[in-house]
Design a protein around this ligand. Structure first.
Ligand code: PEP
Ligand code: MN
Length: 342
């Protein structure tokens, strides 16, 4: 249920509606908009009786929210969320490119790649310090040393950094260093981690689980927003299918669906979708054409020696080509993308 206030409603009228909703045992979450404030009713287990709310002073309309996700839904907020990450904007009207290695391996490696991707057009740097690896024998990341290297990258290049909090245990320390905290595909439904992310002061990059429906993914984002953190960036990174020609199957159809259902920005990770570098540039072009608001791409200056995901990492020269190619596509489809978003 959404209570839409009149555009001339006073603060007292908003507070009064909040008080009355809460007196019924529900949570009232005011959502200030450009024109008017809306108040989203949360934690109701059955239908909310709307007529009495409609009669309150300052109330324009009472609208049922038809989806199980409420705060992430366009029914609750029709305008696109734009997220400011250290001065870099992510969301409607922008195409934000995040690039860097799968894992931070050394200061020299991270700085070398960071300078290259920045020159090519990336505005955020990625690199894992805590790595979710299929094998316990594979490189697990440098841990806090990796986070310190990321801080150095930010200091030297000015690029904000994105890195994964793999579990509850490391969330605090990741949050202390990162500009954006990533929740990986394997953790998309780790509900205690999502709740912790909801209490974070950092934007959260929430990857889609490899077997998750769009509804499950949006419900995961709802956990973060319900916790009080409205800065969520969704990232489509491919889902598991029967295909063997790529590591995962990039679900391009998810982008227009999410743009329609949610006001949150959606970006695409073509690297983990493809698993092989020859598919990364074509998939990036397609992702931009279909209306995403950014890309997250793995790049390595020496992929053959990479400690993880070398096969899908672009050479810096290829990343430059990618950046050159996506700009005109974004410009061509920008009006279409925003039209789809409303
Ligand atoms: C990553 O981006 O480093 C990563 C591990 O990706 P995913 O969670 O999508 O597999
Ligand atoms: Mn990787």
């Amino acid at each position: 249920m959404l209570v839409v206030m009149n555009n001339k409603a006073t603060e007292e009228e908003v507070e009064n509606v909040v008080r009355i909703i809460e007196s019924k045992g529900y949570t009232a979450r005011p959502i200030p908009g450009g024109q008017r404030t809306a108040i989203c009713v949360l934690h109701n287990h059955g239908p909310v009786e709307g007529a009495s709310l409609h009669a309150l002073p300052g109330v324009k309309d009472v609208i049922p929210v038809t989806h199980p996700y409420k705060l992430v839904s366009r029914e609750t907020q029709s305008t696109d969320t734009v997220i400011d990450v250290g001065g870099v904007l992510v969301g409607n009207g922008y195409l934000t490119v995040i690039a860097g290695p799968c894992a931070v391996e050394s200061e020299e490696q991270a700085l070398t790649i960071a300078r290259q991707v920045k020159r090519a057009g990336a505005s955020l740097f990625r690199g894992g310090a805590f790595k979710p690896r299929t094998s316990p024998y594979a490189f697990q990341g440098l841990g806090e040393d990796g986070l310190k290297i990321l801080a150095k990258v930010r200091e030297e290049t000015g690029m904000p950094v994105v890195t994964e909090a793999m579990d509850h245990e490391v969330f605090d320390i990741v949050e202390a260093y990162a500009d954006v905290v990533q929740i990986g595909a394997r953790n998309m439904q780790n509900f205690s981690l999502l709740r912790r992310a909801g209490r974070s002061s950092r934007p959260i990059l929430l990857k889609r689980g490899m077997a998750a429906t769009i509804e499950e993914w949006l419900m995961a984002a709802e956990y973060v927003m319900e916790g009080g953190n409205s800065r969520v960036i969704l990232c489509e990174r491919g889902v598991r299918t029967f295909a063997h020609h790529s590591r995962n199957t990039l679900d391009l159809s998810a982008i227009p669906v999410v743009n329609k259902e949610s006001h949150l920005p959606i970006i695409v990770d073509p690297s983990h979708a493809a698993g092989r570098r020859d598919q990364v540039i074509p998939l990036s072009r397609a992702a931009v054409a279909v209306g995403c608001q950014g890309l997250m791409v793995e790049v390595h200056h020496n992929p053959d020696a990479a400690l993880s995901d070398g096969a899908q990492s672009l050479y810096p020269g290829q990343f430059e080509d990618l950046c050159r190619q996506i700009g005109p596509i974004f410009d061509t489809f920008r009006p279409l993308a925003s039209a789809l978003a409303v």
